[in-house]
Design a protein around this ligand. Structure first.
Ligand code: UDP
Length: 240
């Protein structure tokens, strides 16, 4: 077990803290904090960080097993990941299979409408500007991405993540509604899937009942947030 006391804190986000292990490696601590609305709504739920760390470890391993390179190296119980140090692109890459959330506030989609093919949206990661949607020209002009090819590669990887995740979750009784990814470059210049894949960053609906099993329980004050994250973990770890 790594002793965090002497490690340099590189970054504190809304739900994770990142410490430097060495020049190529970081320790990510998944905290129990929950936020919504660009940080306007805040709470702390005991065990949430550990649940997300374990769920995300399993799902990032699933990506690696399917040929998608990630920053993930190792899960350390209860709430840490060892990961490759990456330079994160200031992009939120969102992929949607079903219309819900902010899409309904911005466009005349029907709630629950199937989106096939899936929609990919890129946002500029900024609480101040509320993650505004980007097109390729804006992303390049802002320096959020370095080329059109890079943006195409990110979209291709995102679609693959979507296929792999959907096919993994459905037999476990979970519908993948939408999710957010982040990408970064390691020290050798390789593009890696980074951050986390968890009920904080995905929408998961129960395939049988339609119940919400993700952070929307917190956003919408539906209660039992941790209980549903536990259920997501149970299903994701189950051998079927
Ligand atoms: N999402 C995220 N971080 C963000 C914004 C969105 O992880 O800063 C995820 C969110 O959990 C959902 C998907 O991206 O799975 C699409 O979110 P949406 O644009 O509908 O935003 P919201 O309704 O949360 O404002």
């Amino acid at each position: 077990m790594i002793n965090m006391k002497h490690m340099k804190l590189l970054y504190t986000g809304k739900a994770k803290s990142v410490y430097e292990i060495d020049s190529d490696t970081v320790l990510m601590e998944f905290r129990d904090d929950l936020t919504a609305g660009d940080g306007a709504k805040k709470d702390t739920k005991s065990k949430k960080g550990a649940l997300n760390a374990e769920i995300s470890a399993k799902l990032l391993e699933l990506m690696e097993d399917n040929g998608i390179p990630t920053h993930f190296i190792e899960y350390q119980k209860p709430n840490r990941h060892v990961a490759k140090k990456v330079e994160i692109l200031p992009l939120e890459v969102i992929c949607r299979n079903i219309a819900t959330g902010s899409l309904l506030r911005r466009y005349p989609f029907k709630a629950g409408q199937k989106l096939s093919p899936p929609i990919i949206e890129m946002g500029y990661k900024s609480d101040e500007y509320h993650d505004p949607m980007l097109n390729d020209d804006i992303a390049l002009a802002l320096g959020a991405a370095s080329s059109r090819e890079e943006l195409d590669e990110i979209r291709q990887i995102t679609l693959k993540v979507n296929r792999v995740l959907k096919d993994f979750l459905l037999p476990r009784g979970i519908i993948l509604v939408d999710f957010k990814l982040e990408f970064g470059y390691d020290s050798s210049g390789k593009l890696l899937l980074a951050d986390e894949i968890s009920p904080d960053t995905c929408r998961f609906w129960d395939a049988g009942t339609g119940e919400i099993m993700d952070k929307d329980r917190f956003r919408q004050d539906l209660g039992s947030v941790v209980e549903y994250y536990e259920e997501v973990k149970r299903r994701i770890l189950s051998q079927i």
